[in-house]
Design a protein around this ligand. Structure first.
Ligand code: GLC
Length: 437
């Protein structure tokens, strides 16, 4: 009888080592990176209006929107300074808009004249120097590329309630657009050869119209290790939830939450609705606890300076990520819900468990269903060790007791404290209902 119970309980046990990652793949650096910085930089920063959508949704005329070309100076643009900030935040990669839905290219495209080098006082390619600096700093470079190009004469869509033509009626015009778009992709893949493509706008056409399969094929032919985000009409490598935070762990091998710091992707000076560093850090902890990455957006001004509020957030992120590095980078998703009231991560070998506790909170933290004996416990980044207390362990039952951990006064982080527990064997969990049958 007792044996049966033991077997039944063992079956309910969850072995974290089962989550161990598959062999080294092209996704490995991305899985390990955890934090990326998204950059929306374009002429929309001149008037501080929403990127492309402001004319599409008729808040300004297309003509007035395009007048912003005349104000884009990049006069104070220091790509090495951007990269220093990004690297210090702890981010391992960045994704920058090479072209948004407005069609304005940041590089020196030869496919048309609508570019920062050709039509703005900046008068130069502002994309390539940034990628060069990223690579010098050992960071991966991603290019955001909008499939939609609402300004191009051969692109059918334009304003929310009126397009230029109906694709089915003018297939040649659409073919011309595709030739143009693939020409731009060719320039970027041969000129910059990014580590990651971040497509956007696939919703306006189905995969066969975009010829998404061919795009994927040609990008991989150019660089077999290149990663493609999930907005290429079903031909991407990972999912990209936007702004909305998942409540349960996404059932996906790789995913990335892209999120603004305030309510805008590009620079909008009036938008002061910033998330606090604590809010961003706690969202970040949740994301990595669910095994995802955070792609945190900044919107530089038209002269290339990064708004002070955004610099502050990046710096605070940097202090926190450097203190808690081992709990973040290269980790696996943490405990399933029910074991701990908060996010957690596991080291790649599952011999260390990291518990994230909300800022400033001292006092007791409880962990349920842990089958392992704790070898060491400490508050990460402080050198403070803890004395875990196991409560309610019944000698004859295989159900583990509850582990209570006291975070000592003064050991708490201003944003999120990280408790590190280590074990002799990979973390194993009891997932049962506590009863005997
Ligand atoms: C949306 C918007 C776009 C923004 C993007 C970032 O797709 O169209 O403006 O660049 O989200 O994820």
């Amino acid at each position: 009888m007792k044996n049966t119970i033991l077997v039944a309980l063992a079956l309910l046990a969850f072995t974290a080592s089962g989550q161990e990652k598959a062999a080294e793949s092209k996704m490995q650096w991305f899985d390990d990176a955890k934090l990326g910085i998204f950059i929306h930089w374009g002429i929309y920063a001149v008037d501080g209006i929403s990127e492309s959508w402001s004319f599409h949704n008729r808040r300004v005329t297309h003509e007035n929107y395009m007048k912003q070309l005349g104000g884009f100076t990049a006069a104070a643009y220091k790509p090495e300074e951007w990269v220093r900030l990004i690297k210090n935040s702890g981010a391992r990669y960045a994704v920058i808009t090479s072209k948004h839905h407005d069609g304005v290219a940041l590089w020196n495209t030869k496919m048309n004249q609508l570019s920062i080098p050709a039509q703005t006082p900046a008068g130069r390619d502002v994309l390539t120097p940034f990628v060069t600096e990223l690579r010098k700093a050992g960071l991966k470079a991603g290019l955001y590329f909008s499939l939609i190009d609402w300004t191009h004469p051969d692109y059918p869509g334009f304003l929310r309630d009126s397009g230029k033509y109906v694709l089915a009626e003018q297939p040649d015009r659409w073919s011309r657009f595709l030739t143009f778009m693939n020409g731009q992709l060719h320039e970027l893949k041969t000129g910059i050869n990014p580590d990651l493509w971040w497509f956007d706008g696939d919703w306006e056409h189905p995969a066969d119209e975009w010829r998404a399969a061919d795009i994927r094929k040609s990008l991989l032919a150019n660089n077999p290790a290149v990663i493609i985000n999930g907005r290429l009409a079903g031909y991407g490598d990972y999912d990209t939830p936007e702004q909305n935070f998942p409540v349960t762990r996404p059932d996906l091998p790789a995913w990335e939450l892209c999120m603004t710091m305030n309510d805008s992707w590009g620079y909008q000076g009036r938008d002061m609705n910033y998330k606090t560093p604590y809010e961003i850090i706690s969202i970040f902890a949740d994301v990595i606890g669910f095994g995802g990455n955070l792609l945190l957006d900044i919107g530089p001004k038209a002269d290339g300076t990064i708004p002070a509020e955004q610099v502050h957030i990046l710096e605070e992120m940097g202090k926190w990520t450097s203190k808690h590095e081992e709990a973040i980078f290269g980790t696996l998703a943490g405990l399933p819900q029910g074991h701990f009231y908060g996010p957690s991560t596991l080291s790649a070998d599952s011999l260390s468990l990291y518990l994230f506790v909300s800022g400033g909170s001292c006092g007791q933290v409880v962990l349920k269903g842990l089958m392992n004996t704790i070898k060491t416990s400490e508050v990460l980044g402080t050198g403070q060790t803890l004395n875990p207390k196991v409560v309610g362990k019944i000698s004859w039952s295989p159900v583990p007791g509850l582990v209570y951990l006291d975070v000592p006064d003064g050991a708490a982080d201003a944003y999120m404290t990280v408790i590190k527990l280590t074990f002799e064997k990979p973390v194993a969990l009891y997932r049962g209902k506590g009863g005997l049958q």
